[in-house]
Design a protein. Structure first.
Length: 205
């Protein structure tokens, strides 16, 4: 092979590689420009007295197993989620769904809220060994609004758990934040969780 032919092939390869890099950059820019909702960071969750928070990557679909109380109401095809944990028994999950329009998002938020409100009753119906209690912690004035709820469960064999949930919406995007650990309502960091919820909804822009 003469020098001119080899040089021509190298130039062609470089041009091809440059085109591929440019295409990848364009795709990345387009994805960024699409405005995918941001998720909570570990430090934005209610502080744990004995551990830092850790987080997994944002993933498509819904968590497996489905989240307690509201998992069955999630649209798997359009959901994205992030899971959080501590070195102890406290964990959290955020699920975000971008709907096709604001009306659909409003309907989804209502469906998720209803699933959480009915969770205690449903838990007792499905498990004769369990007792459960629901509490509403009211509405938060952030974007199109958010609501905060609590569910406490106790089983005859001694397991006692408390969960906090929030459902918030910004335009056509809905997010659900779930915090849980062993304990009772007295152990639930409601004020901190309300602040976490405000942060989560503000990050949906």
């Amino acid at each position: 092979m003469n020098t001119s032919t080899r040089t021509g092939r190298i130039a062609a390869a470089v041009a091809s590689l440059s085109a591929a890099v440019a295409a990848l950059a364009a795709t990345t820019t387009a994805a960024t420009a699409s405005g995918s909702p941001a998720f909570l960071s570990p430090e934005e969750l209610p502080p744990h007295s004995s551990s830092a928070w850790y987080a997994g990557e944002v993933a498509g679909g819904v968590p497996d197993p489905l989240p307690f109380c509201y998992g069955q109401a999630l649209p798997g095809a359009t959901s994205r989620y992030r899971e959080f944990w501590t070195e102890y028994d406290t964990g959290a999950t955020q699920v975000t769904v971008v709907e096709r329009d604001e009306a659909s998002a409003r309907s989804l938020a209502a469906l998720l809220s209803d699933a959480i409100r009915r969770c205690a009753e449903r838990t007792e119906q499905e498990d004769p060994e369990a007792t459960a209690e629901f509490r509403s912690y009211g509405r938060l004035r952030v974007e199109e609004g958010a609501r905060v709820y609590g569910v406490h469960t106790a089983h005859s064999w001694g397991a006692v758990d408390v969960h906090l949930f929030s459902v918030g919406r910004d335009d056509r995007t809905v997010t659900v934040v779930h915090w849980g650990q062993m304990g009772t309502f007295r152990d639930a960091p409601v004020a901190d969780f309300r602040r976490t919820t405000v942060t989560a909804v503000n990050k949906l822009h």
